[in-house]
Write a protein that binds this ligand. Sequence first.
Ligand code: AMP
Ligand code: ZN
Length: 496
Amino acid sequence: MKENNLHIQNTLSRKKEKFEPLAPPFVGLYVCGPTVYSPPHLGNVRTFLAFDIVNRYLRYLGYRVRYVRNITDVGHIANSEGEEVDRIGEQAKKENLEPMEIVQKYTLDFHEVTHIFNMLPPDIEPTATGHIPEQIEMVDRILKNGFAYERNGSVYFNIPEFAKTHDYGKLSGQNIEEQHEGYRELDAQDEKHDVRDFAIWKFTDETHPMRWNSPWGEGVPGWHLECSVMSTKYLGQKFDIHGGGMDLKFPHHECEIAQSLGADGTEPVRYWMHSNMLTMNGQKMSKSFGNSILPRELVSGEHELLDQGYSPMTIRFFMLQAHYSSPLDLSNEALKAAEKGYKRLMEAYKVIQTMPLRDAKNVTDTDKEVNDTIDGIFVEMDDDFNTPKALAHIFELVTVINSYRDNRPEYAGVSKATMERLREVFTATINDILGLKVEETADDNTVDGLMQLIIDIRQNARANKDWTTSDLIRDQLDALELQLKDGKDGTTWTRK
Ligand code: AMP
Ligand code: ZN
């Protein structure tokens, strides 16, 4: 196990806390997965990427992580107005498909997207439909404890009753009275006693294709229930980290806490983590706002708001340039800058893999500076997974790599051992922690081949003292911002 001083911003305490796993080396990580009724948009990608970094860094530190990320394939999803919508059922009607066909279609889509963006798969990916008996049992316990009531075959969590003895709203920092605001008024048809009450079991009639038998008649579980059930089933009554996008803090996660306390008198989660939203022109990216960009649109560039396409790793790099808890705005300018930065990074990555390392005659202070920069990566990752600051150190190392390759005298005093360490850490940070990889396209291979041809022609020209041809090659490459470097081991090329 590597030494670590990892601090995580716990949403519940609003403080950065030193992370100590409950049962080391085992770390339980639960992340709310997608509702599979539409293809994931880039906002969803941002959140899953944030927790991919958490998963990857914990593993890098030597922990054994059990990463559970669910698939919401049934349930009435409460929106921020307190209304409950059957998104999968509605989409099935729109596409004239069975709900389970919708679920299958968009689960496959989701897996493809996580694969394209090089996210590690979860260790367990449970579905809500696979855990109906456990959800029914939990409803039953909540009812028995007096925190829920039944009405016409549906069961509602009783917030006013719960709030008499518990602090409902503590995760999102809202007081119970404020929660009335923003909610629509109840009308005569409403079964709820209070607008803040939420369904934990919902009656569905025979026209509804997804329904299960229960002590209260046929119906479906409420959305918040699945995460309470599945997180504790696979991670235990008390587990380390629960994550999700910031928009899930309320009501979803607040309701999870209420359900666990209501059913079992326990709060299972030790660290709550919430990732911030991806915005587009300042507005949260969301299907319902009509400003969502699908990953494949961003890659192909086929979207009215995009000037061009960007590779998946460029997009991943772009997202890592912001801290997960800060908002991030998507724009053409920012993506273009990310494209440049990413290329520069990966060129240095390729160089360090094969660059010959030299023994230093006199080790100078620069050697210590390089080691401090390497250490800086971990200092920043330990500080609540600060990827933008870790990347800043990595770019300092890019300068070191390029200068060392060019035999710049300032770096003559860096020892071979330090350069070996740099190679090892740089490679592990890029591949294992940040999950970035070289994107070899057919184009790249062709360019490499053509550049080798040009280098050979120039070599011949020089051997024949044909300076006109060799100068012409150099000037033309210069105009294309490509640079040749003559070294002991032959000529190489880089982009400027
Ligand atoms: P959903 O499928 O809508 O339940 O969302 C799946 C995950 O994506 C949840 O954790 C959401 O909080 C998150 N999410 C949704 N929209 C955005 C956004 N614009 N930026 C970041 N995360 C988002
Ligand atoms: Zn959830």
